[in-house]
Design a protein around this ligand. Structure first.
Ligand SMILES: Cc1ncc(COP(=O)(O)O)c(C=O)c1O
Length: 431
């Protein structure tokens, strides 16, 4: 039976009337994909696969924008959730789970003496910035990522930053990844004013010329805190996160996404010297001690420890990454995976060597039609439930997509073969 998207489209039309931007997360909304070809609503998911509202099944590589590290509908996590549900979700007092999970995180995360739980990655980055300002009594922040950082809600250079007071932009200083000199210049120009450096330890580029150690040193020399945004790298690159993987030390380290395998939970960790700032800060919210997420996250970390799940993700990722790059080279297409086997990104260049979202959209359009769901604008992620067969099926679909492209496309006219609209770029990378 040919694939239809009837139910997806009808839900989308209803959502347009009642939900701003059709859904609460920009990167999940229809315009982030090839609209008209990609499904718009998911119904259910299991392991590494999901089923859309029209009954079509896909191998997923977006993993709910990153949180799914073990797999969907994961048995031991479900079990923990269900038993906690019977005990209670939220109480008038804290529950032992908050202490137990904090102890567990201090065991697995380097340099963590204390843990503060929150509900989203944005909240913990915003909270860590607040704590750094309070601790240092300075106001300015050096942010890595000149292409757009949006995770601190108060930062005046977030993508789509209308509504953030303009004077805030005076407080934000930007530098590029791997540009330690640029960061040094910021300290030079803003003497004794920088409360913290906020850095994602890596996105797709690898650290070069001792970059991470230089950043650490600049923070120390200038009495600034180093806030590591490990929302994506945490519980994905290593159980100890990027601090362990790259052997660096953050002062306040932010986790989210992968720690909960889809549960709404995030955390800030660090040495007590800095974490104790939260004793006196109103970074506090009713649902922060919600126990389903605490119990489920404990089950996620236990499973990662017991089954040593992360190396499997690296192995499956490597099979996909290498296999992909071999196939596109065979077809002479400049459409390579780039980054890490655990967090990769497809980069396509047309015959004029220009980066081409149209080319990427066309390849991924052909693949989604054969049941492979990869994000056009975002990353490709692996989880513990991806199998060798998933990767083989994906590479097979890629062969077919490359065949279609090389047979039909002439002089980079990729757009002519799109059966829907090109994705709208709101962000430089994922949200
Ligand atoms: C590196 C990074 N930090 C923070 C966030 C914000 O997390 P959340 O979407 O849970 O608020 C994201 C979201 O994609 C992210 O990629």
């Amino acid at each position: 039976m040919p694939r239809t998207l009837e139910n997806s489209n009808s839900l989308k039309n209803r959502a347009k009337k009642v939900v701003p931007h059709m859904t609460g997360t920009f990167s999940r909304a229809a315009p982030s994909f090839v609209e008209g070809v990609f499904p718009v609503y998911a119904q259910s998911a299991n392991g590494s696969h999901f089923i859309d509202v029209d009954g079509n099944e896909y191998i997923d590589y977006l993993m709910a924008l990153g949180p799914i590290t073990l797999g969907y509908n994961y048995e031991s996590v479900n079990h923990a959730i269900i038993s906690q549900l019977k005990e209670g979700i939220l109480f008038s007092l804290p529950h032992p789970k908050e202490v137990e999970l904090s102890e567990k995180m201090c065991e697995v995360i380097p340099h963590a003496d204390m843990v503060k739980f929150e509900k989203s990655g944005s909240n913990v980055v915003t909270g860590a910035v607040r704590a750094a300002r309070a601790f240092t009594t300075k106001d300015k922040i050096a942010y890595c990522g000149s292409g757009g950082v949006w995770h601190d809600w108060q930062a005046a250079m977030v993508s789509r930053d209308n509504g953030v007071p303009k004077f805030n932009s005076e407080l934000i200083k930007l530098f590029d990844y791997n540009d330690a000199d640029g960061l040094e210049q910021i300290f030079e120009d803003n003497k004794n004013e920088i409360a913290a450096i906020v850095l994602e330890p890596t996105v797709y580029d690898k650290p070069e010329n001792n970059f991470l150690n230089k950043v650490r040193k600049l923070a120390d020399q200038n009495d600034s805190l180093l806030i590591l945004d490990e929302i994506v790298t945490g519980f994905r690159f290593d159980l100890g996160g990027a601090q362990k993987y790259f052997d660096i030390k953050g002062d306040l380290v932010c986790f989210g996404k992968g720690m909960g395998n889809g549960l709404p939970i995030s955390a800030i960790t660090g040495p007590s010297e800095f974490m104790k700032s939260f004793d006196e800060l109103w970074v506090s919210s009713t649902n922060n001690s919600e126990n389903i997420s605490l119990a489920g996250t404990m089950a996620v970390i236990n499973e990662m420890q017991e089954k040593n799940t992360i190396p499997h993700c690296w192995n499956m990722g490597k099979k996909l990454f290498d296999g992909w790059n071999q196939i596109v080279s065979k077809f002479d297409l400049d459409a390579k995976m780039y980054g890490y086997p655990i967090r990769m990104h497809l980069q396509c260049f047309d015959s004029n060597k220009q980066e081409s979202i149209a080319m990427k959209s066309l390849i991924l359009q052909e693949m989604v039609k054969s049941g492979i769901f990869m994000s056009v604008l975002g990353p490709t992620f692996l989880c513990y439930s991806h199998t060798e067969k998933d990767i083989d099926d994906t590479l097979h679909a890629l062969e077919n997509a490359c065949e279609f492209v090389t047979k039909n496309v002439k002089e980079s006219n990729y757009e002519e073969y799109l059966e829907g609209t090109m994705p709208k770029i709101y962000l430089v990378y994922e949200n």
